[in-house]
Ligand binder design. Structure first.
Ligand code: FMN
Length: 193
């Protein structure tokens, strides 16, 4: 099994999404003999914004090839300014490629990457799962939409939220997320959302 591990937080050692994405990958390592893990740190080594000529470069093709080779993708994603970091969006701009990961058919868009499993690990400073801010959550919704566009309709989503609301809520959110990670099936198959 090939696993692609992505991080995109700018917050280094204090990052919640990095802590949690590492826990997911560790769970896979413990359960899957011979697993091959590729790691890409999108904050330490940002991909360029996509351009039309940029699609044809060896560097862009290598990013796509790395994704295509993966059975499982673990995405460490912080919420920044109500959405995902531009570094992570740039990665999606490299892998949402017509003819490779989706195509347009008679019935509209058809995802071509549906055989892959994705685990999203998302960290949010405030609370968006309920209450007045639920309607302005554009990180989880965007990630689900982009993965769905290429056929990954049932990502597993682990959320730690309220992590900027004080030490106690932060600790509780991290503990709950770590407990949820204990239930991530370390398998190739897509899981229930
Ligand atoms: C640049 C920046 C923008 C942020 N914007 C938001 C935001 O819009 N809403 C929110 O709830 N938290 C926001 N936060 C808090 C982060 O979501 C929180 O720190 C979370 O843990 C980020 O994941 P990380 O720890 O892996 O970096 C922001 C943090 C930073 C550094």
């Amino acid at each position: 099994m090939q696993l692609l591990h992505l991080d995109s937080s700018i917050q280094g050692e204090t990052s919640v999404s990095r802590l949690l994405s590492a826990a997911v990958v560790e769970r896979y390592r413990q359960r899957v003999d011979g697993i091959v893990v590729e790691y890409r740190d999108l904050a330490a080594a940002p991909l360029p914004h996509i351009t039309l000529p940029g699609f044809a470069t060896d560097a862009a093709e290598a990013v796509l090839a790395e994704f295509l080779a993966a059975d499982v993708v673990v995405l460490g994603a912080p919420m920044y300014n109500l959405g995902i970091p531009s570094q992570l969006k740039s990665w999606f701009d490299h892998i949402l490629v017509a003819g490779k990961t989706f195509r347009y058919g008679a019935g509209g868009v058809e995802g071509l990457a549906g055989g892959k499993k994705a685990v999203i690990v998302l960290s949010r400073g405030g609370v968006y799962s309920e209450g007045p801010r639920a309607g302005v959550e554009h990180a989880e919704t965007h990630l689900r939409a982009m993965l769905g566009f290429i056929g990954i309709d049932r990502p597993q989503v682990i959320v730690a939220e309220g992590v900027a609301m004080g030490d106690e809520p932060r600790r509780a959110a991290i503990d709950a997320a770590l407990a949820a990670i204990e239930h991530v099936a370390a398998a190739k198959e897509p899981a229930e959302a």
